[in-house]
Design a protein around this ligand. Sequence first.
Ligand code: PMP
Length: 395
Amino acid sequence: MSIRYSKSTLSLKTSEIREILKLTEQPDLISFAGGLPAPELFPLDKIIEINKEVLETSGRAALQYSITEGYKPLREIIAKERMGNANVKTFSDNILITNGSQQGLEFSARLFIDKGDIIICESPSYLGAINAFDAYGPKYIEIPMDEDGMIIEGLERALEEHPEAKMIYTIPDFQNPSGKTLSVKRRKQMVKLSEKYNIPIIEDNPYGDLIFEGKRLPAIKSFDTTGHVIFLGTFSKTFCPGIRIGWVCADKEILNKYIMIKQITDLQSSTVNQMELAAFMEKYNLDEHIDEIIKVYKNRRDLMLDSMKKYFPKEVEFTKPKGGLFTWVELKEDMDSVSIFKEAVAEKVAFVPGISFFPNKDHHNFFRLNYSNMEETKIIEGIKRLGKVLYKHYN
Ligand code: PMP
């Protein structure tokens, strides 16, 4: 067929990684590849009950169109409770409801990026963001990370060399894929740099609530006094992803641009889903539910890290996340995690090769493991299998 597609459609590539991940669809394979929350933790009975209540008491309004910004009581709860937990003082008028934070990422690229513009991000960064941004043809400057997240001297140098850069994209808490967290000191430094260079920070923060030890860190947005920080939140990991509710929290002037984009994209997020989520949080305490999630994920993280210590060659390095869903594994520099992936699948275990998390595609010796969506006995067995594959390349 010679249908004349748009240039932007023609530039979309099928992801090589998505293709190879199809190999993981085998019943007896233990896959640490996905990034899914554990479905057994979804509060299903309560959702069924709330669904009935909302439809019985406000069914016609719930099934009607509603305003683009989102259901006001939901925005109020988000401003007060969810943003409050992240130490951000804000109001419902600074919140736009989106279809997950993925939509916030796509809107951010649409808002700021023309072809050839520079995005500064962590190295590695979130695959789904890179895919959304790629559609707008940006260039990426990747900033290395250490145990405290993005190295600020690297960011500063990048901004000195490229003051025309259009946005800083960061996942500060328990980053996907590395599990690393940006220190509070660096959060403040990053905000200062964004003010100096007048560049927005997109703070993508789906995991901040899932902290295994201690208290949640203040969001980067909490240090923002000039409106340079745009916070993207979501209920995907703290409630359930199928409801597709996330939000953008930003300065009113910037938020108005997001609202315009939301309107032309899909008018609004689902009225009924928004009303049900608000009713859930009015009736039940979401933080108590999050505590239950944390208990399970912490246990799974401990089990995975302990098993890695036991069954992986000593030379293999991996991060020790203090929250979130992932650990990140570093192999010897000359190793290629895509070929290790193929060997692992033959042993009936899988992960996501690291290459797709590097927007400039230039690091081959990493991979990501997910522990949230795997029952305990399978974590031990899967890591044993993976250890066996890795040992063939060490010694
Ligand atoms: N950002 C990051 C860093 C993520 O890991 C994810 C989901 N895996 C998203 C955004 C998108 O999540 P959602 O659209 O479900 O809110």
